[in-house]
Design a protein around this ligand. Structure first.
Ligand code: PEP
Length: 263
């Protein structure tokens, strides 16, 4: 269903009216985690100022440590809905458990499946039936073939509104949090008709790498980027070191304006 063999024309997925697909480079930005109404609103305003047309923000956070901040849950979803009301930005947010899919789908414009859940098949089937577009991250140790098979689980439930997101993979390199596999973009775009975006924030795990990796994403033909921003990253409850700050936004906006989409 997701193969390009049976569907030669590359697809565009619409999220609350915002297109992600071959004719544009969509900027999705916002806080890694929803922490407070003020922090989420400020991050959304930063995102919008940089040219973002979709707001990201995690209310359910899949953390490596059970002692780390796990997200605000439904309270976080309510904050996101309020910020959508104030900014007009549709919401992309993660769901980590199949049982929570109806709840998250009742607030979200797009459901995110994170790298740790790319092969959680019950979750994939549940999001496939939820009636919302889905952003499917690549498993951190997953092959492109496995990633596309995960997309197939979603598509099988009747949902072809799927966006693939390369977010870096595990390699022997320790200088960066993950290794961004830029070649995954053209490879996945040749194998599948689905849009493919890049997450430069979770790939490098470092603020100083986000803008260079954003340039790489656009140069390689990605259909969008998803970027963490935070008004006070030193106080962030999740992934502060990779969040862009106010001072980075002008450059981000310039990159988004100046790199034309590869038509
Ligand atoms: C995220 O985008 O908030 C996230 C946790 O990403 P990943 O699943 O790629 O680690």
């Amino acid at each position: 269903l997701v193969s390009r063999d049976n569907h030669p024309v590359r697809s565009t997925v619409r999220v609350g009216g915002v297109p992600i697909g071959p004719d544009t480079v969509t900027l999705i930005a916002g806080p890694c985690a929803v922490e407070t109404p003020q922090q989420t609103l400020e991050a959304a305003q930063m995102a919008k100022a940089a040219g973002a047309t979709l707001l990201r923000g995690g209310a359910f956070k899949p953390r490596t440590s059970p002692y780390a901040f796990q997200g605000l849950g439904e309270q976080g979803l309510r904050i996101l809905a309020d910020v959508r009301e104030k900014t007009g930005l549709p919401i992309v947010t993660e769901v980590v458990d199949a049982h929570d899919v109806p709840l998250v789908a009742s607030y979200a414009d797009m459901l995110q499946v994170g790298t740790r859940n790319t092969q959680n098949f019950a979750l994939l089937q549940a999001v496939g039936a939820a009636g919302r577009p889905v952003m499917l991250k690549r498993g951190m140790s997953g092959t492109i073939e496995e990633w596309l098979m995960s997309a197939e689980y979603i598509a099988q439930r009747g949902n072809l509104d799927i966006v693939l997101c390369e977010r870096g993979i595990r390699t022997f390199e320790t200088a960066t949090r993950n290794t961004l596999d830029v070649s995954a973009v053209p490879v996945a775009q040749r194998l599948s008709h689905l849009p493919v975006i890049i997450d430069p924030s979770h790939s490098g795990g470092r603020r100083d790498l986000v803008l260079p990796l954003t340039r790489a994403a656009i140069a390689v033909g990605a259909d969008g980027v998803i970027i963490d921003v935070h008004p006070h990253p030193e106080q962030a409850l999740c992934d502060g070191p990779q969040a862009l700050v106010d001072g980075d936004l002008e450059e981000l906006a310039r990159i988004m304006r100046e790199f034309p989409p590869l038509l």
